[in-house]
Every structure is written in structure tokens, then in C-alpha cells.
Design a protein around this ligand. Structure first.
Ligand SMILES: Cc1ncc(COP(=O)(O)O)c(C=O)c1O
Length: 469
């Protein structure tokens, strides 16, 4: 039994008494200067009273704020079913017309000149780095706050990932710290548009231009996100996307590379096709470089084309709900929603991220906060752990292959400089809500905020009970 089912089955009757005196008192205390602020004060007072009146946290047997599940994922109907049946009946299941049609649709959606579909986001990154010639001895600047695939891609090229600390306000790579990580061997900067927001592209691209370093965007979480009105993934030498099952655009597994460079897209094509060109005959069949089979299938492309019919509308729903949630959560002491850079003109909200300050919740540890929220019917996660401190990195670096490439002196310096204190802190404070939670009605946002307020109001009880157990 998990927390949610436990809270749903052990609930005491709802206690939602709001006394008139308490209600008006709270309104007066909030101060009213005009009709809008009066309304806001009334709403806040009602909410505060409601949360406060429900004295027992669901985790301790009280009534949960919410019993309804959030929208499920994936969303599919006859569009997906018909598309898949058509592929089955076509007799062509490997890369063909559906993949080509998807590539052209995704390129025009994003404004990129070229798109190459790949088996997944990891292969989009591998294909990009492989085609750009990133290899042994090269250094790649990466954020520590990302999915491990970003780092694995670098390691698979036998290149050295050099971590740059996180900007704790935005959860993105701290672009102000990128330049000090550059050495004579830096060949690539690999920012991630984390959670669907955007990394500070102005600063990163400027450093890249000035220092002659290529930039590749890991936009695996950032479908339709924009920087200064233009889609992310179209700024770097390439932009890489994932269509893995949890993503805002989903074909179970899948990926894509965007670029404006025609020669590069042909190199990527070869790389992802075991180094063969598009025509599969004559000169195009010759092997010119190393490569792998990282192709997308017709089934996945057909699914993506069907899924794209809902993409914009889903993005608009997430956007509106996220804006509302940011307003509500921003009113709660100790909760700090992730800030967006001014240049981020559209956030994909693959994740809704905020920071949790336990000191404003009677010292309730983050893990207990997450458990209490889950009991109230709000599933949340703590997010990534510090990737730059992962023991697997040391294992990788002590393998004979790596030792023959990177001197002991270089690795000693790497270890010395591999400090990301802001990221360490973020990894203890972050809370994530997944994108599907933003796809329902506005009331869902009110429920999330109410649950957080309730946990805050009842935090002393939760802390006491945890201590007694
Ligand atoms: C930031 C980031 N980079 C890379 C990837 C890898 O994509 P995939 O899982 O499709 O290989 C993901 C996917 O979760 C991701 O979130």
C-alpha cells in the first residue's frame, strides 16, 4: 500500500469549519486597498482558514485535500490507433515516409532548417557529439543538474565532462560560471534546458562565439520552449530532443536533432545509419566514418505525428496552469518557484519545479514533506541528486581507457575544481511536479496549493509524530 492509497482509505470525516470571525479577521489583517486585493485577501483568508481548520494531516489519518487522480499519460485516441494500423498494413515498419514526414513537420514547427529523427534523446546527443568529432581528450562543459544521459553521452565519447554549478534560482546551469571552466581542451558547451525552461542562452552562446567553442543544446525536456521568441534547440550547432514516454511529446522512445547546417545533418544521418548515406546505393552505401544504428521506426514516427495534433493545446494548458500555480505557491512562505530568465519567453513545463525551505515548515524534512503531500493526494518528487558526485564517475575515470587519455595531474585538478555548492543545496531543496499535473482544470492548482498550505499548517504535528516514531 502506498501513501496515497493509505490516505484514501483511512480518512476521517472532513473538517472544514471556517468561523465568520476568523474569516473576517484574516481579511482585515491582510489589509484591503481595492476590489482586486480585497478579493485576493478574501480568497487567501478562506484558503488559510480551510487549511488551518483541517487539523489532521492525511498522513496521520485526516481527510486528504484531494482524492481524484491527476490526468493520466499518455493521451491517445483513434488518431494514434489509426496511425499505427496504417503502418502495420503498409508493410514498411523501418525508417520510411512516416519518419520523413515527422522530420519535416518537427522542423517547421520549431523553425529549424533540418531535423533528423533518432531512436531516443540519448542517441540524438550521441549522434550530435559523434558527428561533431567530440572524442578522447576533449572537454565538455555540462550542468550537474540533469538526467544522467547528458553526462553518459560525453563519457561514451571518452570526453571529459566538466561540471559547472547550478543557478539555484532557475535550476539551470549557471552561465556566469561557464567561462572559468574553459581550458585549452574545451570543445563543447552542452547546456540543458532543464524542466522545459531555458538555460541562459545569451551568455552561453556569447562565450561559445568568443572562445570558439561549439554549443549543443540538450532540449530533451523542452518541446516548444522558447528563448526570445524562438524555439530552443535552434540556437546551438544542434539541438537534441527526447520523445521518451514521460516527455511532453511522446512515442514511448524517440528523439530528434535540429540544425541549420546541411553538411552536419548529412553527417548526423550517416552516423545514425551505421555511416551509410540516405540512398543506400552506390557511393551513399560506402562507409565514411564510424556510426551506429540509432534510427527511429515508422511506428514511432506515426505516433509522434498523431501526438503533435495535441501538442500546442496541451502546452497552452500547462502554461496557464503553471502561471496560476506560481502565483499561489509564491504566496506561501518557504516555497520558491523556479525563476525563468527574462529571455525565456516560453516554458515547456516538462517539470514544475520549486524549492522547499524546511525552516518555514517547522523543520519538517523534505522527504517527510513529500510523503505528507502524497497523503494529501499530491504526488511530488525530490528530483536529481548531485551528478558530479556520482561514484560511477570515479569508476569510469579509473578504467584503463580513461587513464590512458587523462593524466593523473588533469584528473587531480578536475577533482579539485569539481565543486558545485549551489547544486548540492538545490538537490536537498528541490521539489518537482510532473507535467501531467498541469493538464487538468484550474482547480487542480488550487488543490496543490491548498495541500502545501495544509502541510505547512500541520507541520508541527508531522514533525512531532515523526520524532516519536
Ligand atoms: C535532460 C535529458 N537529456 C537526455 C535525455 C535522454 O533522452 P532519452 O531518454 O530519450 O534517451 C533525457 C531524457 O529523459 C533528458 O531528460
Amino acid at each position: 500500500m502506498n501513501d496515497r492509497t493509505r490516505s484514501a482509505t483511512s480518512g476521517a470525516p472532513a473538517v472544514r469549519r471556517v468561523t465568520r470571525r476568523g474569516f473576517i479577521g484574516a481579511v482585515v489583517a491582510a489589509g484591503t486597498v481595492g476590489p482586486q486585493s480585497t478579493q485576493a485577501a478574501v480568497r487567501r483568508a478562506a484558503q488559510t482558514s480551510r487549511a488551518g481548520a483541517t487539523k489532521t494531516p492525511a498522513l496521520l489519518g485526516g481527510t486528504p485535500v484531494r482524492r481524484t487522480p491527476f490526468p493520466s499519460w499518455p493521451v491517445a485516441d483513434a488518431r494514434e490507433e489509426d496511425a499505427l494500423v496504417r503502418v502495420i498494413r503498409s508493410g514498411r515498419w523501418n525508417r520510411g515516409d512516416n519518419v520523413a514526414a515527422f522530420e519535416s513537420a518537427y522542423a517547421s514547427l520549431t523553425g529549424a532548417k533540418h531535423c533528423l529523427a533518432t531512436a531516443n534523446g540519448t542517441s540524438a546527443l550521441i549522434t550530435s557529439l559523434g558527428s561533431l568529432g567530440i572524442g578522447p581528450g576533449d572537454e565538455v562543459i555540462v550542468p550537474p543538474y540533469t538526467f544522467v544521459a547528458t553526462i553518459n553521452t560525453v563519457l561514451l565519447m571518452r570526453a571529459l565532462p566538466v561540471f559547472v554549478d547550478t543557478d539555484i534560482d532557475t535550476f539551470q546551469m549557471d552561465a556566469r560560471k561557464v567561462e572559468r571552466a574553459v581550458t585549452g581542451n574545451t570543445k563543447l558547451i552542452l547546456p540543458v534546458h532543464l524542466g522545459g525552461s531555458a538555460a541562459d542562452l545569451d551568455t552561453i552562446l556569447e562565450i561559445g562565439r568568443r572562445r570558439g567553442i561549439t554549443v549543443v543544446e540538450d532540449a530533451c525536456q523542452a518541446h516548444l520552449a522558447e528563448w526570445r521568441g524562438r524555439k530552443v534547440g535552434t540556437y546551438g550547432k544542434t539541438g537534441c530532443f527526447s520523445f521518451q514516454a514521460s516527455k511532453n511529446l511522446n512515442s514511448g522512445e524517440g528523439g530528434a536533432i535540429l540544425t541549420d547546417d546541411e553538411a552536419l545533418i548529412e553527417a548526423c544521418y550517416r552516423f545514425h545509419n551505421n555511416s551509410r548515406g540516405r540512398r543506400n546505393t552506390g557511393d551513399d552505401f560506402s562507409y565514411r566514418s564510424i556510426g551506429a544504428n540509432l534510427r527511429l521506426t515508422e511506428f514511432q514516427a506515426a505516433l509522434l505525428t498523431a501526438q503533435m495534433t495535441r501538442l500546442q493545446e496541451q502546452a497552452r494548458t500547462r502554461d496557464a496552469n503553471a502561471a496560476h500555480l506560481t502565483q499561489r505557491l509564491g504566496e506561501i512562505p518557504g516555497i520558491t518557484p523556479a525563476r525563468m530568465y527574462a529571455g525565456c519567453t516560453r516554458n515547456a513545463y516538462h517539470l514544475y519545479m520549486f524549492r522547499y525551505d524546511a525552516s518555514r515548515f517547522a523543520g519538517l524534512p523534505r522527504a517527510a514533506f513529500i510523503k505528507a503531500l502524497a497523503a494529501e493526494g499530491i504526488p511530488a518528487q525530490g528530483g536529481y541528486s548531485p551528478l558530479n558526485k556520482e561514484p560511477f564517475l570515479d569508476d569510469a575515470f579509473s578504467a584503463p581507457g580513461f587513464r590512458s587519455i587523462y593524466s593523473k595531474a588533469r584528473m587531480d585538478t578536475w577533482r579539485e575544481q569539481n565543486q558545485c555548492p549551489q547544486n548540492d543545496r538545490l538537490c536537498t531543496e528541490a521539489i518537482w511536479l510532473v507535467q501531467t499535473m498541469l493538464l487538468g482544470p484550474r482547480q487542480d492548482m488550487e488543490d496543490i496549493a491548498e495541500a502545501v498550505r495544509k502541510v505547512q499548517a500541520t507541520a508541527p504535528q508531522l514533525v512531532k509524530t515523526t520524532a516519536e516514531r
